[in-house]
Ligand binder design. Structure first.
Ligand SMILES: Nc1ncnc2c1ncn2[C@@H]1O[C@H](COP(=O)(O)OP(=O)(O)O)[C@@H](O)[C@H]1O
Ligand SMILES: [Mg+2]
Length: 237
């Protein structure tokens, strides 16, 4: 059993690894993060289905140039798609927790919310409920008049199970495709402030996205995210 002290030592190790610029030893960091994953996620397995994605995400969240060398854009978010049970949510929550707590690269910190929760909140409170995901998705500072958002500090977010929410939520009879609204707003915030949006989804390609959310969302998404696919069998036992 790993002790907390061991864990803390490993964390220091990852800092030492990443302190060497964008060209540090990525494989070493991957190895360290895997050790963390084994501690944090019982029964976690790295195999040929997720090895590449794990490495890619490690590079992305640590700012290593391997990510761009592979043809991806480090200024965009991650759109992790694939069949049910392949471990998409687990991976994003792992990286989210890891960098949030220990900071492989703090600027890439993000919060994860299930899309179903968002559509349920809309059904209760309407558009007001969406603002923390859109124009209020910033860290805030206390001022004499209350809180003001710090536009240099956007809160990046991961929307879990994109496509599985109720895409025609109703608030007092007003129907809205909630995630389409959120994405269109976050697109503007991405352009203006570099606010990142990540997704996990079982949706297939762009055609699926267009069918549910329309072609405006499809084309905005293409600009906002790197599409990464996780293959494999259902890991649920
Ligand atoms: N790499 C892994 N090794 C072992 N079990 C895993 C792994 N990734 C996920 N799991 C387990 O498999 C189940 C499905 O994972 P999940 O991340 O919810 O899949 P998805 O989001 O792709 O539907 C969960 O019970 C999770 O704990
Ligand atoms: Mg999931």
């Amino acid at each position: 059993m790993e002790t907390i002290n061991n864990l803390v030592n490993q964390i220091t190790d990852t800092k030492q690894i990443t302190n060497q610029g964008k060209d540090f030893d990525l494989d070493k960091l991957v190895e360290k993060l895997q050790e963390h994953a084994w501690v944090l996620i019982p029964g976690f397995i790295i195999d040929h289905h997720n090895m590449y994605i794990f490495k890619l995400l490690t590079a992305y969240f640590s700012g290593h140039k391997y990510f761009t060398d592979e043809g991806y854009d480090s200024a965009k978010g991650i759109y992790l798609k694939g069949p049910i049970g392949t471990g998409k949510t687990t991976l994003m929550v792992f990286f989210g927790t890891y960098i949030h707590k220990y900071g492989v690269e703090k600027s890439k910190s993000f919060l994860t919310t299930s899309t179903r929760d968002i559509s349920k909140k809309y059904a209760v409170d309407g558009f007001k409920a969406l603002e923390i995901y859109t124009k209020n998705s910033f860290q805030k500072k206390q001022t004499g008049y209350g809180e003001t958002p710090i536009t240099s500090k956007p809160i990046h977010r991961c929307f879990d199970d994109f496509g599985l929410e109720d895409s025609s939520s109703k608030f007092y009879g007003q129907t809205s495709n909630v995630m389409a609204e959120v994405i269109l707003d976050r697109y503007e915030l991405y352009k203006k402030y570099g606010m990142l949006t990540h997704f996990t989804t079982n949706l297939g390609g762009g055609d699926d996205v267009e069918a549910v959310y329309g072609n405006r969302v499809r084309s905005r998404l293409r600009e906002m995210v790197n599409v990464i696919e996780l293959y494999g069998d259902d890991r649920r036992k």
